[in-house]
Design a protein around this ligand. Structure first.
Ligand SMILES: Nc1nc2c(c(=O)[nH]1)N[C@H]1C(S)=C(S)[C@@H](COP(=O)(O)O)O[C@H]1N2
Ligand SMILES: [Mo]
Length: 423
């Protein structure tokens, strides 16, 4: 910590006065250190005395070695093996909103398969005028769109129902990624086949052993669903469904069928399959709800957080995180440093967009005392993210899916952070 920042730290009194003391701009407020002899400034360094790597060293670039900790991680005890399993996006270490494919969480029911473009076929059958089969090349000839959406597994934050459990935003909230997809609207392909009036649903399945079959109402299929083949400008990675996956904006990740092979237009939802009935939510009164497809508004502070502690002293501190809603766009995010007693509006890095991640910042002047840090998202439907207590009142503690409660990080004076609950 520099002497400069110590001198300008907010006093405890100011801190406690609440909203007024929170969120003042950090610019010029002591984040830089006074110039003093520093070998990194005064001496010619090793890397300036020789040439670097040539342009052909890495035909496909990887992150520099110093970033080797920014990787997907799994929680070993969560699943029996890594084939039917999940890992987590390192959201604590990322910024902006786009998730690089290489660190975007994976969820497979029977492992990631290798399916080439020449071997790829997509069939549309069922209640259509003309059953059709598309090759990869065929798909490329339809008018294409580019859209950014988040994909959240319904089980995200699912381990936190009964109590604060996993110590890191990566593990509590990392079953999410946000990419720019290029693809063909499913509507275009369905119209090509001609949906019969009796068709009210589609049943979609993948080419992997699990097939991950799902029923989706035709209305959604004709709305904003994409048959995508590129993510963030490049081909989908194998683990995200190469060469073609379904993108079902705002809806549970399990409907985003990877290695998409068939779309069947049906009269009713195909529910007999074990997989389809699996995704239900147990409620407080012991009953279950199903077909809770939409992911409600949610947010999390990604830094500081348990895996991203504060490593400097009092003074300017960038508090940042992500917010999203499957019902529309994020209109605002509030941040609390006192466990939800007082809230201040965070700054959105850009206006929220439809069913995509929104980055927020609170440029804070930290006095070095402990904080109970929370974020609360609001979306364009008027919905406000609930507290854990509010959510438990309705859903009890036996749910797994759809936990969108407000998360609390206890930031200690040392700058370390812990996953906690506030009553
Ligand atoms: N074919 C197929 N599609 C699938 C799955 C699968 O196992 N097989 N898993 C689903 C689940 S549960 C989720 S959360 C998302 C995860 O997508 P990702 O692996 O690209 O993150 O894919 C969905 N699509
Ligand atoms: Mo999922």
């Amino acid at each position: 910590m520099s002497d400069n920042s110590k001198g300008k730290a907010t006093s405890r009194r100011q801190f406690l006065s609440g909203a007024a003391a929170v969120g003042v701009g950090a610019v010029g407020s002591g984040a830089a250190r006074a110039a003093s002899p520093d070998p990194l400034i005064t001496q010619v360094q090793e890397w300036a005395q020789a040439t670097g790597e040539g342009v052909d060293a890495t035909p496909y670039g990887l992150p520099i070695q110093f970033e080797k900790d920014v990787v997907r991680r799994n929680v070993e005890w969560l699943t029996a093996d890594t084939i039917s399993s999940i890992n987590f996006t390192p959201i604590h270490a990322l910024d902006g909103t786009i998730t690089p494919q290489g660190c975007a969480f994976e969820r497979h029911h029977s492992g990631a398969i290798e399916l080439s473009k020449p071997d790829y076929r997509l069939m549309i059958n069922g209640l259509v005028d003309t059953p059709l089969v598309f090759t990869y090349e065929d798909l490329e000839r339809f008018p294409r769109e580019n859209r950014v959406y988040f994909c959240e597994c319904a089980a995200n934050t699912g381990m936190e129902w009964a109590g604060a459990q996993l110590n890191g935003a990566q593990f509590t909230h990392g079953m999410i990624h946000n990419m720019e997809y290029s693809g063909v609207p499913l509507r275009t392909l369905l119209e090509e086949a001609g949906v019969k009036p009796a068709g009210k649903w589609i049943y979609v399945e993948g080419a992997d052993a699990s097939s991950n079959g799902r029923s989706i109402p035709l209305e959604k299929a004709m709305d904003d669903v994409l048959v995508a083949f590129k993510a963030n400008g490049e081909a989908l990675r194998k683990e995200h469904g190469y060469p073609v996956r379904l993108v079902v904006p705002g809806w549970e990740g399990n409907m985003w069928v990877k290695w998409l092979r068939r779309v069947e237009v049906t009269e009713m939802a195909i529910e007999s399959r074990e997989e389809t009935s699996k995704y239900t939510d147990t409620l407080e009164d012991g009953t279950s709800r199903k077909w809770s497809w939409v992911m409600d508004a949610k947010s999390v502070v990604t830094s500081p957080s348990p895996q991203a502690p504060i490593t400097h002293g009092p003074g300017p501190l960038v508090i940042t995180g992500l917010a999203w809603s499957g019902r529309g766009s994020i209109t605002g995010v509030d941040v609390s440093v006192d466990g939800g007693k007082n809230w201040v509006p965070a700054r959105l890095a850009a206006p929220g967009t439809d069913k995509a991640l929104t980055r927020f910042y609170l440029d804070y002047n930290w006095d070095g005392s402990e904080m109970l840090l929370q974020a609360r998202a609001k979306d364009s439907s008027g919905y406000v993210q609930p507290t854990k207590a509010q959510l438990r009142d309705v859903r009890g503690e036996n749910s797994i899916y759809h936990n969108n409660c407000i998360q609390t990080w206890w930031i200690k004076e040392s700058g370390e952070a812990e996953n906690v609950e506030v009553s």
